[in-house]
Design a binder for this molecule. Structure first.
Ligand code: NDP
Length: 290
């Protein structure tokens, strides 16, 4: 394998150290941050994610307030719950685990989160702040990708980045973060209608795959020496695999994130980081997550 392995565990533990220091700092003022998690339905992957997030919170001393709704609530019931958490001064951050079961309107539910408690960074107000390059909580996975690049001192400025995937959760916010002033990449967003995706990907100095198709990105898609970030999580017969054919691509790329052990760990760490920032905003009375 020619490529350097970008270990999510290593970068995430640097973030978690900062988070633990932040929690200790708040504890000195007698404050313990609280993260509310809302889990609806019985999707096994969502259960696993929320369990891991609560474990992370416990590790660093963040209080966890968990609402598990096995029985699917009505839209109004769920919105009432989230509105209640938004109004609760004991709650600093609110995470509604997505996707919600069919029939529930995610946009409306996320819209009930107080933007200052929106630790997933997905409220329209915070997505607007991202576009406007104003401070605010950034979506965790894109923020985690940026952090992994900086952790390994990989240059972004002036680089040609291609982000495959345009979801509001990953692709679009990540493309914005890469192109934002200070990061300064030149970014192309690709999706299912992109023509000649393979050639486009081969132009990338930084190639991000956020699609959800196992091993879609092959070695022939990758410019020799490119940095490859694999966001995909696909459950297959051979276990969890990314959107990148790791065995092939790691022979061509200069650096690559593994799956598992890559971006997923960063997503969790950035959630904790956003929670501490929200708690700081909450006690300063100024609001807003920096
Ligand atoms: P979505 O399904 O919302 O978006 C997938 C994107 O991929 C869409 O923009 C879609 O295009 C595009 N796409 C689909 N097929 C192709 C194709 N053949 N060629 C090019 N583009 C294609 O997924 P998410 O963004 O939510 O997640 C993407 C992946 O990342 C999933 O595997 C998910 O599990 C994983 N994930 C991982 C996280 C982590 O922490 N590591 C966190 C969140 C997600 P179009 O818009 O045209 O339909």
């Amino acid at each position: 394998m020619a490529a350097m392995l970008l270990k999510g565990g290593e970068a995430a533990s640097a973030v978690m150290k900062e988070v633990a220091a932040g929690v200790a700092d708040l504890a000195r003022s007698g404050y313990v941050p609280g993260l509310a998690t809302v889990l609806v339905g019985d999707d096994p992957a969502s259960h696993t994610y929320v369990r891991a997030k609560r474990r992370d919170a416990a590790k660093v001393g963040i209080r966890s307030i968990h609402h598990q709704l096995e029985e699917i609530p009505s839209q109004e019931e769920l919105e009432d719950l989230v509105n209640g958490l938004s109004a609760d001064p004991g709650v600093d951050g609110i995470l509604v685990q997505l996707p919600l079961p069919e029939g529930l309107d995610e946009g409306r539910v996320v819209g009930c989160i107080d933007p200052r408690k929106d630790v997933d960074g997905l409220h329209n107000e915070n997505l607007g702040r991202l576009v406007a390059e104003l401070p605010g909580p950034r979506p965790c996975t894109p923020a985690g990708v940026m952090r992994i690049l900086s952790h390994y001192d990989l240059p972004v400025s002036g680089k040609r980045a291609v982000v495959v995937g345009r979801s509001f959760l990953v692709g679009k916010p990540l493309a914005l973060l890469l192109a934002t002033k200070g990061a300064d990449a030149t970014v192309t967003i690709a999706h299912s209608r992109t023509v000649d995706l393979e050639s486009l990907c081969r132009e990338a100095d930084i190639l991000v795959a956020a699609v959800g198709r196992a091993k879609m990105v092959k070695a022939s898609w990758v410019k020799p020496g490119a940095v490859v970030i694999d966001v995909g999580i696909n459950r297959t017969a051979e276990g969890l695999v990314g959107d990148v054919d790791f065995a092939e691509v790691s022979e061509v790329a200069s650096a690559i994130t593994p799956v598992p052990g890559g971006v997923g760990l960063m997503t969790r760490a950035m959630l904790m980081s956003n929670t501490v920032s929200a708690a700081r905003g909450n006690i300063s009375g100024l609001g807003g997550v920096g």
